[in-house]
Design a protein around this ligand. Structure first.
Ligand SMILES: *[C@@H]1O[C@H](CO)[C@@H](O)[C@H](O)[C@H]1NC(C)=O
Ligand SMILES: *[C@@H]1O[C@H](CO)[C@@H](O)[C@H](O)[C@H]1NC(C)=O
Ligand SMILES: *[C@@H]1O[C@H](CO)[C@@H](O)[C@H](O)[C@H]1NC(C)=O
Ligand SMILES: *[C@@H]1O[C@H](CO)[C@@H](O)[C@H](O)[C@H]1NC(C)=O
Ligand SMILES: *[C@@H]1O[C@H](CO)[C@@H](O)[C@H](O)[C@H]1NC(C)=O
Ligand SMILES: *[C@@H]1O[C@H](CO)[C@@H](O)[C@H](O)[C@H]1NC(C)=O
Length: 396
């Protein structure tokens, strides 16, 4: 059974079955299919009926049914399937004229491997990962064997992860200009080896900077402080400096502004006051201009610090503050609230003043009225007196 060692799962299942069902084991082997035959799609496939004698008539069944794909049966009882497609796959059994099972075989169809399409990622000077995709869909389980070498060096294994179709090399000889990777794909129908040559220093592409933050600078409406960490896959000691590119623009603008630095933070001096900005950072190996820039870090949204002159309760951009580091925000929030309180106080004071003015006016008019009366009465008594004096002086 040449094909079975390609499928360890199948072996495990059979082992498990033979262990758990020792008595019926022989029956399973007789009834079910013990053999797998791999053949190419679109070809004519011949299935032999075991040790059947030439001349004895046999009956073929597929999945226990007598419906077979396009075929003919030869004189020795072999089944020839013509130009098979995927639907011809299944369990084939042949029986003698008394209905006794002579032989069964499982047919699997596919293609031999084709060349692979290989790409390699180099996130730092000590690691290479190459991944591949098939250029031909084979429909069959495959094994991969990969090895790697620098120009003039021995081949060394590239450790394969079968399920994810990639392999890893640690500590490649980075100083060598050319490296070669070969990957051999093997399946039941054949094998194919693909070679790729590449220059590690040109493939070197760091991961994006991590923990990128943008902060307002209190008191500076046109400034933003952007800071980040090195990618965690980049060695921390200073032997491999990184160059960083920061790009930013007011939200909605088409044009990015850029800053280059080797530090891990930068202050943007020309932000557009009062506008939300998009900020991103990427990295590249500094001494090696042929290496590649990392992907951009995820986009950050940040608005520079602002003075709040008028209280504007409906702020269309207020949501953007959630992306902002909290410290400057709380300080602006603090300066926000007193304005509201002041306004309330002002109203109260106005009311009080109005009230006292009203009271004062009332009191003053009362006083005036009282004083007028007093004066009138005074006047009256004076008149009375004079008239009395007049009356006295009149001759009786
Ligand atoms: C074909 O045989 C395999 C292996 O014995 C078995 O697992 C599978 O169920 C069979 N399929 C059919 C349709 O009988
Ligand atoms: C398959 O068999 C048919 C009929 O015998 C023949 O005409 C055809 O050329 C064969 N095809 C291949 C690929 O051998
Ligand atoms: C036979 O069974 C196999 C699974 O074992 C299935 O893939 C295939 O389509 C079946 N073929 C037919 C003709 O029913
Ligand atoms: C994989 O390749 C190595 C080196 O080329 C070789 O020694 C080994 O036998 C191969 N293994 C398989 C399964 O082909
Ligand atoms: C910018 O932020 C970084 C990291 O939080 C900090 O180390 C640096 O001092 C800040 N720069 C300014 C000008 O506030
Ligand atoms: C290089 O990158 C690989 C993959 O990300 C990582 O496992 C390894 O630790 C990195 N090496 C160093 C020195 O950081």
């Amino acid at each position: 059974m040449p094909g079975l060692w390609f499928s360890p799962v199948c072996l495990t299942v059979i082992c498990f079955l033979s262990w758990s069902l020792p008595s019926s084991c022989s029956q399973i082997w007789a009834d079910e299919v013990s053999d797998v035959q791999y053949s190419r799609l679109d070809s004519n496939v011949t299935l032999r009926c075991g040790k059947s004698q030439s001349g004895t008539p046999v009956v073929w069944r597929l999945n226990r049914s007598s419906a077979l794909p396009w075929h003919r049966v030869t004189s020795d009882g072999s089944l020839v399937l013509l130009q098979v497609d995927q639907s011809a796959q299944g369990n084939y059994s042949c029986y003698d004229d008394r209905g006794l099972l002579l032989h069964s075989v499982r047919l699997r169809l596919g293609h031999p491997p084709g060349l692979l399409s290989i790409s390699c990622q180099v996130p730092n000077h000590t690691h290479v990962r190459c991944s591949w995709v098939e250029s031909v869909k084979t429909f069959l389980p495959a094994q991969y064997n990969a090895s790697f070498r620098g120009n003039g060096q021995e081949w060394r294994p590239c450790i394969v992860d079968f399920s994810r179709k990639h392999c890893d090399v640690d500590d490649p000889s980075f100083w060598l200009p050319i490296h070669t990777l070969r990957v051999t794909e093997t399946n039941a129908l054949g094998f194919e080896t693909t070679y790729v040559r590449f220059q590690l220093h040109k493939l070197l592409k760091p991961d994006p900077p991590e923990f990128v933050m943008a902060e307002q600078l209190e008191g500076y409406p046109k400034r933003l402080n952007v800071s980040w960490n090195l990618p965690s896959s980049w060695p921390l000691h200073g032997a491999f400096p990184l160059m960083f590119q920061i790009r930013y623009r007011p939200q909605g603008s088409m044009y990015w502004s850029e800053i280059y630095t080797e530090d891990s933070s930068v202050v943007i001096l020309d932000a557009l006051a009062g506008h939300v900005h998009q900020v991103q950072v990427r990295a590249r190996d500094e001494p090696n201009p042929e290496s590649q820039w990392s992907e951009w870090s995820p986009q950050l949204l940040i608005r520079p610090w602002e003075v709040y002159v008028t209280a504007d309760p409906v702020d269309p951009f207020s949501d953007d503050y959630f992306n902002v580091d909290t410290d400057p925000e709380t300080s602006t929030a603090k300066s926000h609230n007193p304005t509201h309180e002041d306004e309330g106080n002002l109203g109260l004071v106005n009311l009080l003043v109005l009230f006292s003015v009203v009271i004062l006016t009332t009191v003053l008019s009362l006083i005036f009225v009282v004083w007028m009366r007093q004066r009138r009465r005074h006047h009256a008594t004076k008149q009375e007196l004079t008239s009395m004096v007049k009356m006295k002086s009149m001759p009786i």
